[in-house]
Design a protein around this ligand. Structure first.
Ligand code: BES
Ligand code: MN
Ligand code: ZN
Length: 497
């Protein structure tokens, strides 16, 4: 899955040869430097465009001008930037996304964006370049895997984008953007594939491909028998209703020798969540092919970290399991014994994510990690609480929370913290086992987090509930690749310290 090719460029926009030059204009006929240059060289074309009412400069709008006199570019994409006095990071985001959306629809193989030369309060060139590159790549992604092969398109498709910037730090930004974009694309493609293709074995095969194509990466895949030997009765309980055997994928990257403790990423890999015997309603069940979004996210982040050759040790653990109803399926009221020894009363077979994650979290501790971060499409309650904009973040560690929230803000892959107070633990009490797998209707995202917390032995650990953020709503909704940007930024930040 190839990403766009990103480059830095600094030749004057008005003289630049390119199929498409991208410039921004604010509301009220306020032009940035690049737009000023185009306006002057073209004999006032942009000014007339505004005066005629064809362009407003409003955020979220754009217009294409073809063959402007005096301008070398074949066409100029004029993007609205909104109010010049309020041009902040969020407005910049909006502008580069509009540019990405418009570019995808144009018959151009490459483009030259000057939006990266706009001043954004508190943000440097590196941030502007990376943000613009990731937005362009996110729009350029197309899902084609399961359509009848089409003839090659007759018009060119966007393949490369240049950004106007001068500072040396922008070069590093391009490398980071390229790696994050590759990780995001990997996660999106895995998420979008249907569950009859993307089953646990397929997830393991994808991990194998990462290991085989990247020097220094090692892979271990635990089979059902291996997991049984380790006592992973909770994970195996969920798996027993499916004829697709479970896999536990363990990828390692040793970017910092053997002495340093690894960062552990754990991702929920339910390749399809029917609910099991506590069957989900039919409407919307198809969305549960995305229930491996956490797995896709941590694998994508791992891929990006390895491509950047980050100087840290990383272990990526993915329990890949299908949750199905069947004559052999686990039942409500079953008691499972987890690898930790804690017994679990199953009160709802649809609360399966926590049941595979608890054993994965116990397994992760064997690596004595510096920190454990899990990502999971864990609860509908999190979507009710935070909607589709923020992932739910739960941790008892305030420093870790701050670092993850900052990484999310930096990459616009935002998270919002929910409390993980022990006061909620009482909701998980069971009369028949050490813990129940559901905590009632109140605070469903938090009680799911509290369940996981019981398997972390007080270690530094954070949980990201990405149920609302891993894919876009609707019948044509695609996987987003979140939380790859947040996780990679978090790891990059750790290396900079
Ligand atoms: N995968 C779902 C959570 C989910 C639901 C994600 C909707 C995205 C959209 C999870 O396995 C699940 O079914 N959770 C239950 C838990 C409940 C039974 C305690 C839920 O959220 O309803
Ligand atoms: Mn479920
Ligand atoms: Zn699920």
């Amino acid at each position: 899955m190839t990403t766009l090719k990103f480059s830095i460029r600094s030749d004057a926009p008005e003289g630049a040869t390119t199929p498409c030059l991208v410039v921004g204009i604010h509301e009220g006929r306020v032009f940035g430097v690049a737009a000023q240059g185009i306006d002057a060289k073209s004999g006032g074309a942009l000014g007339r465009l505004v005066d005629s009412g064809d362009a407003s400069g409003k955020a979220g709008t754009s217009i294409v001008l073809f063959g402007l006199p005096g301008i070398a570019a074949e066409r100029v994409l004029v993007v609205g930037l909104g109010d010049a006095k309020k041009f902040d990071a969020a407005a910049y985001h909006r502008a580069v996304n509009e540019a990405g959306r418009a570019l995808k629809a144009l018959p151009v193989a490459s483009a030259y964006s000057t939006l990266t030369s706009l001043d954004v309060a508190g943000r440097d060139d590196a941030w502007k370049v990376r943000t613009a590159a990731l937005a362009a790549d996110a729009h350029a992604y197309r899902y084609t895997a399961t359509f009848k092969p089409k003839d090659a398109p007759k018009t060119p498709q966007l393949q490369a984008i240049d950004f106007l910037a001068s500072s040396a730090s922008a070069g590093r930004a391009l490398a980071e953007a390229g790696a994050i974009a590759a990780g995001v694309r990997f996660a999106r493609e895995l998420g979008n594939l249907p569950p009859n293709i993307c089953n646990p074995s397929y997830v393991a095969a994808q991990a194998k491909q990462i290991a085989e194509t990247h020097a220094g990466v090692t892979l271990e895949v635990l089979e059902r028998e291996d997991m049984a030997k380790l006592g992973m009765g909770s994970l195996l309980g969920v798996a027993q209703g499916s004829s697709n055997p479970p896999k536990l994928v363990v990828l390692q990257w040793q970017g910092k020798g053997d002495q340093s403790r690894p960062y552990a990423l754990v991702g929920k890999g339910i390749t399809f969540d029917s609910g099991g015997l506590s069957l989900k309603p039919g409407a919307g069940m198809e969305e549960m092919k995305f229930d491996m979004g956490g797995a896709a996210g941590v694998l994508g982040a791992f891929l990006a970290a390895v491509e950047l050759k980050l100087p840290l040790n990383l272990v990526c653990i993915v329990p890949a399991v299908e949750n199905m109803p069947d004559g052999n399926a686990y039942r409500p009221s079953d008691i499972l014994t987890s690898m930790s020894g804690l017994t679990i009363e199953v009160l709802n077979t649809d609360a399966e994510g926590r049941l595979i994650l608890c054993d994965a979290l116990t397994y992760a501790q064997k690596f004595d990690p510096e920190v454990i971060i899990d990502a999971a499409t864990l609860t509908g309650a999190c979507v009710i609480a935070l909607g589709k904009h923020a992932s739910g973040l739960m941790t008892k560690d305030d420093d870790l929370a701050e670092q993850l929230l900052a990484a999310g803000t930096q990459t616009h892959d935002r998270a919002w913290r929910l409390p993980l107070w022990d006061d909620y633990q009482g909701q998980l009490e069971s009369g028949f086992a050490d813990v129940a797998n559901i905590g009632g209707k109140n605070a469903g995202a938090i009680t799911a987090g509290c369940f996981l917390a019981r398997f972390t032995n007080g270690r530094r650990w954070a949980h990201l509930d990405i149920a609302g953020t891993a894919w876009d709503e609707g019948r044509k909704g695609l996987a987003t690749g979140r939380p790859v940007p947040l996780l990679v930024q978090y790891l990059i930040d750790r290396c900079a310290q």
